[in-house]
Structures are given as C-alpha cells and as structure tokens.
Design a protein around this ligand. Structure first.
Ligand code: NAP
Ligand code: GDD
Length: 340
C-alpha cells in the first residue's frame, strides 16, 4: 500500500503532536522536526513513541530558522503535505523577544517556502495562522473578510507569514492559512491561561496554600479543543484549491468566566471583591483568597475580544465543532483526551 508522506514542523507542541497522531491513524508516514534541547521535549509524543505507529514516525533534529537543515530534510523526505506549526507561540513573551519571534514565525515561514520552491517539492502546505491577526477591530465577530489589525510582535510576525502564504498561493503553490482561534487541551503549555488556571486550581484543591496570580480577567476568547481542530488542518489540505479558513467555536467567554467554571467544578465556588489590581477571587466556602491580580501578566496592548465566524469552513470542509467549553474544561481537569 502506498503511504502519503507528511512533514510537521512544531511536532513536539500541542497541535503538532495531535496532528501526528491523527495522520498516523490515517496511515500516513509522518516526519517531524524537533529542536535540540538539553532536556527531553518529547512528552507530547509519548502516545506515538509507545505505539505500533512508531514505525511510520520519524523525528529529525532541526530548526525552522535553519534553511540548510530545511533543505536537507525536504530533499530527503519529499513530503506530499507540510504542516508549518513551528512558532514562538506566546503572545505575552513576544513583547519581550520581538526579534526572535519574527525570526521564527515570519522568516522561518519564508525559509520553508523558498526551500519548497527551490527544491521543486510538489506538496501542499498548511500554515498555522491565528485569530490574533484581527486585533481590536470593531467587528463583534471575525471571519475571513474582517480586516487585520495586529497589535503584538507575535501577531505582526504571523501577519507576515499570512501574507507570504498568499503570495506563494498566487504564484501557483498549494499553500493556505488556517486562521485558528484559541484551542486548548491537556497538552497546552503551562503558561497559557487555561492550563495555568486549571493546574493552580488542582493544586489548591490538593491543599496547596498558593494564590493564583492572573492578569486581565476581562479579555474574551473563543476557545475550542485542539485534538478536534487538527482534523480540519488536514481537511484544508484535501481541498482541490487552497483556501484560507477561520476555525472557531463561535462562542466567547472571559478569562473570569473560565476561572469561575473551573473553580466551581472543583467545588471551590468563587466570589469576587474589589476592582482593578485590587480585585480578588475568594472561596465562598471558607473565605480564603485564592486569586489575585499581578500586573506582570498584563500585556502592553491587550486583545479584548475574540469571537470567530467559521461559516466558510462549515461549508467547505464540513467543520462542526463538538466539544463545548464545559467539556473542554472537564477534559483538561481529568488530563484525559476523548475520542473525537
Ligand atoms: P506550541 O505548543 O507552543 O508548539 C510550538 C511548536 O513549535 C513546538 O513544537 C516548538 O518546539 C516548536 N518551535 C518553536 N520554535 C521553533 C523553531 N525555531 N524551530 C522549530 N520548531 C520550533 O503551540 P501550539 O499551541 O501547538 O500551536 C501550533 C501553531 O499554531 C503555532 O504556530 C501557533 O502560533 C499557532 N496557533 C495556535 C493557536 C492555539 O490556540 N493553540 C491558535 C492559533 C494559532 P519545542 O517543543 O522545542 O518548544
Ligand atoms: N498567559 C496568560 N497568563 N494569559 C493571561 C493571564 C495569565 O496569567 N491572565 C490573563 N490572561 C489573559 C491574556 O491577557 C489573554 O487575554 C488571555 O488570557 C489568553 O491568553 P493566552 O492563554 O496566553 O492566549 P492568547 O490568546 O494570548 O494566545 C493564544 O491564542 C492565539 C490565538 O488567538 C496562543 O495560543 C497564540 O499562539 C494563538 O495564536
């Protein structure tokens, strides 16, 4: 049987690891690029490395900023599909390391595109684009027509790669942008707000004396389930022609609502007191302060409201999100993925 070959950059991350599992299940040969790291960074790949699929799974050391290495890997692997998920993906951190963020997210994408072009690799390319591109525009709901107003080094770097992809698409390459809204899972990095809240709440439930320090409680996000969303990255590459598509749940909640849901589920209902940096979240049952505001976590500029309209994806790739925010929180508290 002839296998399709996929290459995933960012395979060790949240999305890369779920996508690798999804493609292996679909009988692909999967190659992934991992960065050299003095500590083992293969935790998210444990399922694959302990499964029968290991035989069809190959890891290559590399870095998206290293074009010599990209050329070497591409000419060896000759993939049919490439998923460019590698990124400095943390918005808050991008204000501290803007140059590095651009080297990885913007120039990395350029180096990959040029390598594909120069080696004449006949493949389809998915680029991990983002709802951060929308910034604070006045639209209540964002779709492919909404103007972009990036407001962080992260989103500016991702706008560069978004535009590059369009440029190569117009030159005839099958390259497309998945404009994904926030998506989470038990594999979400610890410093992103959902995982941070859930891990702290679980520790507090287990008698830790800590307080959970957060930044802006009033920002709203459209949160979905990462394991569910990766399927639609693949579906985008099964289209006849490349299309940029929004993938979103179509529901939005504030960080504060997320906190309330998590602590309620763990039987520590929260009442709120005070305003601004003096606002605190108190356990209704014993009056202990559990949540405080720490200005360190405020962003130079905040993106206030994300709410996606995925109508185009619903039409073209039959996008149909099944997991609600409540289910997602249960999955993250249990730290156990569900079949989807
Ligand atoms: P993630 O967990 O932070 O994973 C990022 C991956 O990129 C990791 O495997 C990381 O490797 C790798 N990486 C970082 N710098 C690299 C470099 N210089 N060269 C090669 N690999 C590098 O992110 P994610 O949540 O899975 O997101 C995947 C992609 O989707 C990212 O591009 C992100 O910007 C984008 N995105 C995410 C969301 C979301 O809500 N999750 C929404 C929209 C778009 P290490 O393991 O070595 O750090
Ligand atoms: N990380 C973090 N830590 N965020 C906090 C905190 C905190 O202590 N307190 C409040 N927040 C707020 C942030 O200000 C932001 O408004 C919201 O929580 C979500 O923050 P993150 O979870 O860090 O995600 P993000 O929305 O900035 O970025 C994620 O989603 C983008 C898609 O919209 C990342 O995955 C990006 O890579 C992705 O492109």
């Amino acid at each position: 049987m002839k296998h399709k070959i996929a290459l995933i950059t960012g395979v060790t991350g949240q999305d890369g690891s779920y996508l690798a599992e999804f493609l292996l299940n679909k009988n692909y040969i999967v190659h992934g690029i991992r960065r050299i790291n003095s500590n083992n960074n293969l935790n998210n790949l444990t399922n694959i490395l302990n499964s029968k699929y290991k035989r069809r799974f190959n890891l290559h050391y590399g870095d998206i900023t290293d074009s010599t290495n990209l050329h070497k890997i591409l000419s060896r692997v000759k993939p049919h599909e490439i998923y460019n998920l590698a990124a400095q993906s943390h918005v808050h951190v991008s204000f501290q390391i803007p140059e590095y963020t651009h080297n990885v997210n913007a120039l990395g994408c350029l180096k990959l595109l040029e390598a594909i072009k120069n080696l004449k690799i006949n493949c389809k390319l998915y680029q991990a684009s983002t709802s951060e591109l929308f910034g604070n525009n006045n639209n209540k709901i964002q779709n492919e027509q909404t103007p972009f107003k990036p407001i962080s080094p992260y989103s500016i770097s991702k706008l560069y790669s978004y535009n590059l992809i369009n440029y190569y698409m117009h030159q005839g390459m099958f390259a497309c942008n998945g404009i994904l809204f926030n998506h989470e899972s038990p594999r979400r990095g610890n410093s992103f707000v959902t995982q941070k809240i859930i891990n702290a709440a679980l520790r507090i439930k287990n008698n830790s004396n800590e307080t959970l320090n957060l930044g802006n409680l009033y920002a709203k996000r459209d949160w979905g389930y990462a394991k569910e969303y990766v399927k639609y990255m693949w579906k985008m590459l099964q289209l006849k022609n490349p299309e940029n598509l929004v993938i979103a749940s179509g529901k939005t909640y504030s960080v504060k609502e997320f906190v309330n849901k998590v602590f309620n589920k763990l039987d520590m209902p929260i009442k709120w007191h005070g305003k601004g940096i003096n606002e605190v979240g108190i356990n209704k049952k014993n009056n202990k302060i559990l949540i405080k505001i720490d200005p360190y976590y405020f962003r130079k500029i905040e993106l206030n409201n994300l709410l996606g309209d995925a109508s185009k994806a619903k039409k073209l790739i039959k996008f149909k999100p099944k997991v609600s925010l409540d289910q997602l929180i249960d999955i993250m508290i249990e730290k156990k993925d569900i079949d989807i």
